[in-house]
Design a protein around this ligand. Structure first.
Ligand SMILES: Cc1cc2nc3c(=O)[nH]c(=O)nc-3n(C[C@H](O)[C@H](O)[C@H](O)COP(=O)(O)OP(=O)(O)OC[C@H]3O[C@@H](n4cnc5c(N)ncnc54)[C@H](O)[C@@H]3O)c2cc1C
Length: 347
């Protein structure tokens, strides 16, 4: 046996778990080593990320572009807490250093190892392959396709958002560029429209485009997965080997498509389950512990889906959900109320 545990996907979740497991025999398989990591440049709940990174000796500050203090949501200015933009390319490059990265080959998903980890993001390549539930990852209707681009401009530590009940567009500063994009349940054309509407409201002089692409983000509430859901389950066994998902593959993206922080958290919670059940002879026990550890994270993600669904239903539902759950990033104030009203009334 060359490894005790094999992780598929050297993205945010896979790399973090590999570093946590440095005392074990771990292999990490990356299928698309030269592709641009999803241009997801935001850490929400930044304090949590910083604490987690300390565990593996990474200084989060080394990758930070801006700590965002202000947001302008549908024209209303609000205070933001605990959000930062970061250099994801450099971060992923450094995180891949020092882990046992091996080349992908057609048969490597099934290996002579004790545990398989699916950290392949929205593709869910390993778990879906094992079970034959969906041939290569999630089906389209569970993904929101986003447009994104990087535009040259000066920097200003503020995030601009323009949203309606179907989706939203964002714009925030990185180095000498801004990351601009949108996702909409109505599809790409609507997402492009949201971007145009947002850019028209921003008093920033955008210059040349540096790059543009389309990328999907998972949109499934993990607590609503039933056994016959096309993407279920979250953990499984193949020939007696447990297969466990982390990050986006484990539906750890919230109702507005953020998944970086919860990818790190899911890796940490899984690490806890792996550590406490080593040497993994009882695979049922490992899966049980993993499900128990992840339950707290899925519950929080579920709440963010509740908030998003409430916005889709209109202002009064959105207000009730905000009163019930609060908001992790924005202070709840009359101004926030006005922004909420605008989001729920925009067409
Ligand atoms: C346009 C857009 C903007 C976003 N913005 C934000 C944001 O601002 N903030 C935020 O928190 N989140 C954001 N997200 C979500 C965030 O990108 C993801 O949730 C996060 O990257 C998930 O991390 P992960 O490690 O689970 O998966 P990923 O980071 O996607 O990593 C998966 C890895 O698996 C590899 N892989 C795929 N298939 C295989 C295979 N068969 N074998 C081996 N390896 C494989 C991939 O190449 C990749 O390296 C955004 C997403 C999109 C699409």
């Amino acid at each position: 046996m060359t490894s005790e545990i094999r992780i598929f996907g050297a993205g945010v979740a896979g790399c973090f778990l590999a570093h946590l497991l440095e005392d074990y025999k771990v292999e990490v398989v990356e299928r698309y080593p030269n592709s641009c990591p999803h241009c997801a440049f935001g850490w929400a709940r930044y304090d949590t990320v910083r604490k987690m990174h300390k565990l593996i000796g990474v200084n989060t500050e080394d990758y930070i572009y801006h700590k965002i203090k202000r947001a302008v949501v549908n024209g209303v200015e609000l205070k933001v807490k605990n959000v930062a933009t970061f250099d994801k390319r450099e971060y992923i490059k450094d995180m891949r250093d020092g882990i046992n990265l091996i080349n992908w080959e057609p048969t490597c998903w099934y290996s002579d190892t004790k545990v398989l980890i699916d950290a392949t993001g929205y593709r869910r390549s390993i778990i879906s392959k094992c079970l034959g539930t969906c041939p290569e990852g999630a089906t389209q209707d569970m993904l929101i396709t986003c447009v994104q681009e990087r535009l040259r401009s000066f920097t200003e530590p503020v995030i601009y958002i323009y949203g309606n009940r179907n989706g939203y567009a964002w714009a925030f500063p990185l180095d000498d560029t801004w990351h601009v994009g949108a996702g909409s349940k109505r599809g790409m054309t609507d997402a492009e429209l949201l971007v145009r509407r947002l850019l028209a409201t921003i008093p920033v002089d955008f210059g040349k485009r540096r790059c543009k692409c389309v990328a999907p983000v998972m949109h499934v509430d993990p607590l609503e997965l039933s056994v016959d859901h096309p993407c279920a389950p979250i953990a499984a066994k193949i020939h007696g080997i447990p297969v466990i998902t982390i990050g986006e593959a484990a539906f750890c993206t919230n109702g507005v498509g953020e998944g970086n922080t919860s990818a790190v958290e899911s890796a940490y919670l899984t690490y806890g389950a792996l550590k406490s059940t080593y040497p993994w002879n009882d695979s049922d026990g490992l899966v049980k512990q993993y499900m128990a550890n992840m339950a707290q994270l899925w519950k929080r993600i579920h709440i963010s889906y509740e908030r998003t669904r409430a916005i889709e239903k209109g202002f009064w539902n959105a207000l009730a959900a905000t009163l019930k759950y609060g908001n992790e990033f924005l202070s709840f104030s009359p101004k926030a109320l006005l922004a909420l009203w605008r989001v729920t009334h925009e067409r």
